[in-house]
Design a protein around this ligand. Structure first.
Ligand code: F55
Length: 754
């Protein structure tokens, strides 16, 4: 059937009218149903083994455009709509964004699902259907507040299934029901599934305290995604959620194994489980338990599980490594306790070194240690990160199991992060090198032949300007921010965390402000854009947001500074905002303290969209620098080796850095009369004290070099042609960071799916 006929039938059937009589919501709904049906008809890929990608988070973003793209319907639908004077972007703005992730880890899982399906590999995602996602960020009096974010729609992307599994949580029996989202693969003709488990009869009272003693667990288990904070309160609930996820997921795996006609003791021949950080690590003891129920001995069960499970590490921050008190597991999943104790004893018998113990002296379970002993693969997410894991953080493990360790540098799907978010750039690329880069992103290197082509370079600058204009219109209509599209767009968007050092960027803003006040004007106005959420219990991150919102307000009120410098913090930053901000960015801020950012993936998206990186030699920035060469990136700051030595010797002295005259005046501005008149004195002075005396992530160590390097970038920006060359080289060299490449490597080295 013709596309137009099919859409006609759908709108007739559902709304009793022709497409051109439908409002935006009805037309959106018809396209959703079309995509859902087409994807549902696609066969699943086949292979020797099937992958299950276990993750507590899948940060999908809006689905319509990307589903249509994967189905080969994106351009046809756009053309069809254009013929009626309608616009896909407008229709898609109806769609609520599923906020099933905190940040990079969850978004990586979504990019991976896209690439797994595109490569035609058999692999499903396994996660949870949080009804209120993370939270919606609202600014009030220059502070972040949190509101529930209901994203589920009555007739949306979720497909109910008949699968249901019993899960016993402490002394409560619940039923896990399974909803699916189809994941069609671009160019593969197949579709995988994202399985999201939910409670059978949830009450889901939003935003009320959860009282465990009243049995609320059985009602609120899948209400919220718990933020990545160091807060105690939500921790027991996280254990409940994790067990619910892995128990249902493990039962699904064994049910499918049986349906494929294979015996439980052949699990590892037919199944591979990728464990996305330690959040799903309880799948290991749970599978051992279920295999023993099916007649395997403990040792055979443990061997099968070990040969089926692979673990990805995403952080070396000590406070982020999960260790659960056994008493929590006793409460949430007592059936796992004897299994965990046996797994611990078996590991201790073979490897008595206390540094590699699963259970420590305080009866806490080290989840990463469990994964390394009882998995066949451990990977980091960028070369530097993997090297640090092997030589420092996980060295005792690497000495025991050198063959288990490998690097898989992260990647992002260019279908979402270039093709659908930056159409002006896509047209330019197609005009230069044709469409083949869609199949193989490395082909973007073909752009290098245009590095000195004045026509291409000037078109590149026009594309960037178009994207900046579009962002300005959006920020004005959605958030009432009126920005200057002719200014330089300097963008830092990511979760708020001290190690990511938004506070250092704020100090650079203060520097610029004081320069302008002193009559030293920049060559061109600069707009510093921020976006990101702080975990509700992460007090210091909230102080940093407060500082930035106060600076924004201070500058708004200052007619002397405002024409030259603006700060704009986007409210409720999410995937959708990222898709508008990244194509509009000139300077990409990737300024984490070296050694602390495992990889970063925003850095890759910016690069592919022609932004130039201002960054430390951390995570994947190191690989970006290697690919583009030093003339096409701005790097600064202490090296990871230096930073690691400073921590090891405890020799970082924030006070010494603070007392450098240029630094002191920036830090002291936090408690200046101007700022105190705007903000909360308690918040600002807490941050001020912390920066002077603790500065755990060494913002003051790098701030001068940072300011100097940023100034150099802004000077270079004025030579527009030379800057356009940098943009072009960044785009041309970004192909390595396609998640298609990453997934090929996972498949070749770890999964061996087909
Ligand atoms: C979420 C929940 C908890 Cl409990 C802890 C951490 C997180 C989380 O969101 N982590 C996260 O996003 N990690 C990031 O993973 C990315 C993908 O590998 C990396 O690029 C990034 O460096 C890392 O911080």
């Amino acid at each position: 059937m013709q596309l137009s006929e099919e859409i006609f039938q759908l709108t007739q059937q559902h709304f009793g009218r022709a497409p051109d009589q439908c409002d935006d919501r009805q037309l959106y709904q018809a396209l959703l149903i079309l995509a859902r049906q087409r994807a549902g008809e696609r066969p699943a890929p086949t292979g020797e083994r099937k992958l299950y990608y276990f993750s507590a988070e899948f940060l999908l973003g809006k689905l319509l455009s990307n589903q249509l793209l994967a189905l080969g319907l994106y351009q046809p639908v756009k053309d069809y709509l254009a013929g009626m004077g309608r616009d896909l972007g407008v229709l898609e703005s109806m769609e609520p964004e599923p906020s099933l992730g905190n940040g990079g880890l969850g978004r990586l899982a979504a990019c991976f699902l896209d690439s797994i399906a595109a490569l035609g590999l058999p692999g499903d995602g396994v996660g949870l259907n949080y009804h209120f996602g993370l939270f919606r960020q609202v600014f009030s009096r220059c502070k972040q507040t949190e509101e529930p974010d209901p994203w589920l729609q009555p007739d949306g992307w979720l497909i109910p299934t008949r699968r249901a599994f019993p899960v016993s949580l402490g002394n409560t029996q619940v039923t896990a029901v399974m909803y699916d989202i189809a994941i069609p693969g671009a160019g593969s003709g197949c579709a995988n599934r994202l399985h999201l488990f939910d409670l059978a009869d949830p009450a889901h009272a939003p935003w009320v305290g959860i009282d465990f003693d009243k049995g609320d667990i059985a009602h609120n288990l899948t209400s919220f995604l718990y933020p990545d904070d160091s807060d105690r309160a939500g921790r027991l609930l996280r254990v409940y959620q994790q067990y619910f996820l892995v128990s249902a997921g493990a039962q699904l795996i064994l049910a499918e194994l049986e349906e494929r006609g294979f015996a439980p003791d052949t699990l590892a021949d037919h199944v591979v489980i990728q464990i996305n950080d330690t959040h799903p690590s309880m799948v290991i003891p749970e599978l051992v338990r279920l295999l023993m129920d099916r007649g395997l001995t403990f040792d055979r069960a443990a061997d099968q599980v070990t040969a089926a499970c692979a673990y990805t590490n995403h952080t070396i921050l000590a406070e982020a490594l999960e260790t659960w008190p056994m008493s929590y597991i006793q409460t949430a999943a007592p059936q796992l306790v004897p299994i965990l104790r046996r797994l611990d004893q078996r590991a201790k018998a073979a490897h008595p070194d206390p540094r590699v113990a699963i259970l420590d002296g305080e009866d806490r379970v080290h989840m990463a240690h469990l994964d390394i002993h009882y998995g066949f693969s451990v990977n980091g997410v960028a070369q530097l990160h993997t090297d640090i894991l092997k030589h420092t953080e996980l060295k005792p493990f690497c000495d025991i199991y050198p063959q288990k360790f490998s690097n898989k540098t992260n990647g992002v799907t260019f279908r979402r992060w270039l093709e659908t978010c930056d159409q002006p750039l896509v047209s330019l690329i197609d005009d230069c090198i044709g469409p083949d880069w869609r199949r193989d992103a490395q082909k973007l290197e073909g752009l290098l032949q245009f590095q000195h082509d004045p026509a291409v370079l000037s078109r590149l600058l026009e594309v960037k300007q178009q994207n900046k204009d579009r962002l300005c219109r959006l920020l004005w209509s959605e958030q009432g921010l009126d920005l200057d599209p002719s200014s330089v767009f300097d963008v830092q968007i990511k979760r708020f965390h001290e190690y990511k050092r938004q506070q250092m960027n704020a100090l650079a803003v203060i520097h610029q402000y004081l320069e302008i006040k002193a009559g030293r004007l920049p060559q061109r106005p600069v707009t510093v854009l921020f976006g990101g959420k702080a975990a509700p219990a992460y007090v210091m991150a909230k102080h940093i947001i407060h500082l930035i919102l106060c600076l924004q307000k201070l500058i708004e009120q200052d007619p002397q500074v405002r024409p030259w410098l603006r700060v704009a913090m986007v409210e409720n930053y999410n995937v959708t905002w990222a898709e508008a901000l990244i194509p509009a960015c000139d300077l990409s801020e990737q300024i984490s303290l070296a050694s602390k950012e495992a990889s970063g993936t925003g850095n890759m998206k910016f690069m592919a969209n022609g932004a130039v990186t201002l960054g430390t030699m951390d995570g994947a920035n190191v690989e970006i620098a290697g690919l583009v060469g030093e003339e096409n990136i701005y790097t600064f700051g202490a090296s990871s080796d230096q930073v690691i030595a400073l921590y090891r010797d405890r020799s970082y002295d924030p006070r010494a850095c603070y007392h450098r005259p240029q630094v002191e005046r920036l830090v002291d501005f936090l408690v200046s009369p101007e700022l105190l008149a705007i903000g909360d004195p308690a918040s600002l002075s807490t941050l001020w004290h912390d920066m002077k005396s603790k500065d755990w992530f060494m913002a003051l160590l790098d701030v001068e070099d940072y300011i100097r390097t940023k100034a150099e970038a802004l000077r270079d920006y004025e030579c527009r042609t030379a800057w356009a060359e940098k943009m072009l080289v960044n785009i041309a060299r970004s192909g390595y960071f396609s998640s298609d490449r990453t997934i090929r490597q996972y498949n070749e080295d770890i999964w061996h799916l087909n």
